[in-house]
Design a protein around this ligand. Structure first.
Ligand code: UDP
Length: 238
């Protein structure tokens, strides 16, 4: 049997990916399907850490946050990611995966705080670690948390799960001639002004030489194909 291409990965799931076709919140069937993908990969022996977003519940820059102090709104956004993390870990438990939620903001009655050596220990024990509350700081995003935690745990790659199956030359919804890049360098992506992750996250990955793979969260089997090193999605490399 061919071996997985990676031993330790950081998976970034956006909050919106949890909505499925709903307008907001958590869609049970959707989360269960995603967790099944993660389980498939974890069972190959790959160490998986997840950074979960919160956009399905609250975003610091959303219309609902208008007039609110930005930092306060961002803290609400970070708390939203904790709810998603709990739902994700619970769904994992149902399929026999032990998950540990670690939060960048202390809410110790609910989840344990993020402590790097402990996160590494859990990963080595084969547990899935779900990083909640982003970076713990307002004015950042969970993409940046993914880059940060990915670098901290020495993940070999950041897997950015999106609704689109990679990075395209143009918006595939608007331009029928748009084609997907199999791989692209950080510099080329910047020169072509292609949006892969937000600028802070992107810069951090580039500086740390941490590659990013953009792939579809809706396409069945895509996550496993990425893990097996198949030509799936777009690889952003140094
Ligand atoms: N957020 C923050 N600092 C962080 C991560 C997240 O303030 O380090 C807040 C911010 O308000 C953001 C919200 O949490 O809008 C939800 O995160 P994000 O928008 O990254 O979620 P996603 O788009 O992945 O669902």
């Amino acid at each position: 049997m061919t071996k997985p291409a990676y031993q330790r990965v950081l998976l970034k799931l956006s909050g919106e990916a949890l909505m499925g076709d709903d307008q907001f919140g958590i869609n049970r069937a959707t989360i269960d399907r995603m967790v099944a993908d993660v389980a498939e990969v974890a069972k190959l022996g790959v160490q998986v850490a997840v950074v979960i977003g919160g956009g399905n519940i609250f975003r610091g820059v959303a219309p609902g946050a208008q007039g609110m102090d930005r930092a306060t709104a961002d803290y609400m956004g970070m708390l939203a990611t904790v709810m998603n993390a709990l739902a994700l870990a619970d769904s994992m438990r149902h399929v026999g995966i032990t998950a540990r939620v670690m939060s960048a903001i202390s809410i110790e009655q609910v989840v344990e705080p993020y402590v790097r050596p402990k996160a590494l220990q859990y990963l080595e024990e084969g547990k899935v670690v779900v990083f909640a509350a982003g970076t713990g700081n307002p004015f950042f995003t969970t993409d940046t948390a993914a880059a940060l935690r990915g670098a901290e745990i020495s993940a070999e790659i950041v897997l950015k799960a999106t609704k689109v199956d990679g990075v395209y030359t143009a918006d595939p919804k608007k331009d029928p001639d748009a084609t997907r890049y199999n791989s692209i360098s950080f510099d080329e992506a910047i020169a072509k002004n292609l949006q892969v992750m937000d600028a802070t996250a992107f810069a951090l990955c580039r500086d740390q030489k941490l590659p990013i793979k953009v792939f579809s969260i809706v396409k069945p089997g895509a996550m496993k194909a990425v893990i097996m090193g198949e030509d799936e999605g777009t690889l952003v490399h140094v």
